[in-house]
Design a protein around this ligand. Sequence first.
Ligand SMILES: NC(=O)C1=CN([C@@H]2O[C@H](COP(=O)(O)OP(=O)(O)OC[C@H]3O[C@@H](n4cnc5c(N)ncnc54)[C@H](O)[C@@H]3O)[C@@H](O)[C@H]2O)C=CC1
Ligand SMILES: O=C([O-])CC(=O)C(=O)O
Length: 332
Amino acid sequence: MTHAPITITLTGAGGQIGYAALFRIAAGDLLGPDQPVALRLLEIPQGMRAAEGAALELADCAFPTLASVEIADDANVAFDGANVALLVGSRPRSAGMERGDLLAANGAIFGPQGRAINDRAADDVRVVVVGNPANTNALIAQQHAPDVPSERFTALTRLDHNRAVGLLAAEAGTPVADISGVTIWGNHSATQYPDLSHATVRGRPALDIVDASWARGPYIERVAQRGAEIIEVRGGSSVASAANAAIEHTRDWLLGTGERSAGHWTSAAVVSRGEYGVPAGLISSFPVTSAGGNWSVVEGLDIDAFSRERIDASVAELAAERDAVQELGLIP
Ligand SMILES: NC(=O)C1=CN([C@@H]2O[C@H](COP(=O)(O)OP(=O)(O)OC[C@H]3O[C@@H](n4cnc5c(N)ncnc54)[C@H](O)[C@@H]3O)[C@@H](O)[C@H]2O)C=CC1
Ligand SMILES: O=C([O-])CC(=O)C(=O)O
């Protein structure tokens, strides 16, 4: 292993998703078996002991790819030199709440962290926001980091994407490897739009294989409500699948989507440049590919009237969340 370590800062490292993500990142699942990683764990004082315990266990795994682990309760320390920032630390919702209900509780976390990233992180820093409401928290962080290119701030909709692929594969009775062209549009919320209009199953249009009224009805509801379904069944919000999605998002961003870029894509919430009529500046989920460390929105897809309405509804919610955090004084 001759590469210099890449510094990965994970916030909320003493929490559930942190615990599920740390060992996979340290084992090389994020950047491969030849790339050492230096981990920085950010916690609040109440979470420090749990983070310390995780660090002890990381040492006990003796991962060859783990160069170092440091723990901090100061964002300026934790983000110093960070190449990757995984912003997980924040409160999860409980049964009966929408993710947007967390805005007041969680929004205040992301301004100071954006500022610390602005001041301390490496020039190539890439930020993935997992903490809910993820899109708007990413916007808050981005707005506090004027010196960092805005496209370096993203939010996680890969979990929704993976759910959408998994549920389509189950309905079509086919392995997930046969599925491509699924898109999550908009907000990581109940208004998100899992879109099968360009999806294929073994190269055939998905809407020729599954019932279109299912695809445009119960399927959308099931994907959009999957987080609530997990909360109800498990008694707590998604953890391992969220950690997995955060790792896949980051890995694809840094290492590229590879052969999947030829007509295949994934979904991520990225800063809109006005694509598909999404107002510039909102952090909205799109069909994306990645090459050279940069996401690109897949352009030129036909958007029919049904999809237009769904995308517009989710984007309207993002605009309303932006206005709400502006009113709370969380963004300028
Ligand atoms: N975008 C997505 O697809 C998903 C997002 N989530 C969200 O991820 C977040 C974390 O979930 P869990 O790990 O299950 O929660 P958790 O409650 O188990 O852990 C959160 C950790 O964050 C820490 N924390 C709180 N404020 C912090 C701050 N300012 N700086 C650093 N650390 C801080 C807490 O001390 C705690 O250890 C929640 O907001 C949840 O809703 C969860 C699943 C999927
Ligand atoms: O639903 C939640 O609160 C957690 C989450 O974001 C998800 O599982 O997608």
